[in-house]
Write a protein that binds this ligand. Structure first.
Ligand code: 5RP
Length: 224
């Protein structure tokens, strides 16, 4: 089985939680793509759902597979959010933002009654932090935030894609920050939120109902 098979298995199990009439959060990233595609197949077979996409790329995919797109203005409370993650630790805190969509992803997760995360087993860690923490900043504050992060003992780089500075869907920058292994993600999350110019950070803390993990031809579920 390949990593993609593991991702697809996890996506399949998450999509099984979806019921007729639900308004869903649609995540971003290669694992979430499998879920959106599977949902599209079910919509074609008659499933009635609506989706709030967490990125422009997911919006494009959702439209192409026939999922009706709605906004948080129309539906401020969502039934279920299905999204991927970059790292998952035992209390189901996450690092997200590898795909650069962490801001909309966190808004959509916060708006959702239930958040279901789908990953392959390589994403499981004992402690968060090997994957460098993405932090979304307004361009004006970039230098200040990098300096502040340096004083906190971490290094940061401005994310680039294809040799160009990467801009998020909200036209902000991403700083990928190396804090080492993070002993206290909740304390770090609070500290980061206090820095002016930080729009959002990629620590998703105490938001997740369950994590579905694909690995070795089967899935297992971690519940909070
Ligand atoms: C995007 C994300 C993704 O969910 C995360 O990067 C996982 O992506 P993938 O499923 O491709 O490994 O947070 O901002």
């Amino acid at each position: 089985m390949s990593v993609d098979d593991d991702k697809r298995l996890a996506a399949f199990a998450a999509v099984d939680l979806v019921e007729d009439g639900m308004v869903l959060g649609l995540g971003t990233g290669s694992t979430a793509v499998f879920a959106v595609e599977l949902l599209g197949e079910r919509v074609k077979r008659g499933l009635k759902i609506k989706g709030v996409p967490t990125s422009d790329s997911t919006a494009k995919l959702a439209k192409s597979v026939g999922i009706p797109i709605v906004t948080l203005d129309e539906f401020p409370q969502l039934d279920l959010d299905i999204d991927g993650a970059d790292e998952v630790e035992p209390t189901l805190c996450l690092i997200k933002g590898g795909g650069g969509a962490l801001l909309r992803e966190k808004i959509v997760a916060y708006a959702s009654k239930r958040v279901v995360i789908i990953v392959d087993e390589k994403k499981l860690v004992d402690k968060l932090g090997k994957f460098h923490l993405p932090i979304e900043v307004v361009p004006f504050s970039r230098g200040l935030v990098q300096e502040t992060i340096k004083k906190m003992g971490a290094s940061s780089v401005v994310r680039e894609k294809n040799g160009q500075v990467f801009h998020t869907d909200e036209n902000n920058l991403i700083l990928d920050c190396d804090f080492g292994l993070i002993d206290d993600p909740r304390a770090l999350g609070q500290q980061l939120s206090l820095i002016p110019g930080v729009v959002e950070h990629g620590l998703f803390l105490d938001m997740v109902e369950r994590v579905i993990i694909g690995g070795d031809g089967s899935v297992k579920t971690l519940l909070r």
